[in-house]
Design a binder for this molecule. Sequence first.
Ligand code: HEC
Ligand code: HEC
Ligand code: HEC
Length: 124
Amino acid sequence: MNLVPCALVLALGLGVAMPAAAEYADVVLDRASTKNGMRPVVFPHWFHRIRFRCKVCHSELGFKMRAGSNAIQMNDIIEGRFCGMCHNGQIAWTPDRCDLCHSGKPGVAPGIYGASETKGPGKW
Ligand code: HEC
Ligand code: HEC
Ligand code: HEC
């Protein structure tokens, strides 16, 4: 058996020594949440990315491809823009489930967390 590819697969699988890349990870968004008394938002990028094509979000829905670069208001979401294009009770659950999105631990800095792991709400 060939040990080299085997070790490589293991390293990738565990996310060992891999730089955090949003393509695989979670993004913590907090341009306005903490300021307005809400916990930061944890967006599980990998969870979504395996379900939808990049262009759905980064071209059709207008999410800029840089962590922290999107100024998103709750009204946008409730009116069906950004996350609200899907979190509308049809494609996914509704915007009134505040804690599922605003699940960041208080004080967690915005940015990219995890590597191949994406644990969804409440992890960071
Ligand atoms: C589908 C995910 C999602 C759900 C559900 C959600 N939010 Fe948000 N919310 C966001 C995102 C994304 C932002 C922008 C994050 C940032 O940059 O701070 C945001 C921002 C906010 C902000 C700051 C901006 C503004 O509009 O004032 C407040 C306050 C807020 N949400 C309150 C709520 C409340 C209250 C609920 C439940 C009724 C809720 N959110 C449910 C995703 C969500
Ligand atoms: C369901 C929507 C969605 C899908 C699908 C999606 N992304 Fe993202 N992506 C986001 C959001 C939201 C952010 C965070 C933006 C922010 O923080 O303002 C993001 C951030 C990023 C970033 C920024 C990372 C950084 O270092 O700043 C990159 C790169 C990226 N996505 C690439 C991709 C690629 C490549 C795909 C397809 C393989 C993809 N995305 C699919 C929503 C999505
Ligand atoms: C292109 C459609 C789409 C967009 C845009 C989208 N989501 Fe989702 N999201 C989904 C679907 C589908 C699910 C799975 C729903 C289910 O399991 O019932 C989901 C699930 C989630 C989950 C739960 C993940 C888990 O582990 O169960 C979170 C948290 C979440 N979304 C946050 C967000 C936030 C925050 C945004 C905006 C930054 C966003 N989503 C934008 C489609 C989307």
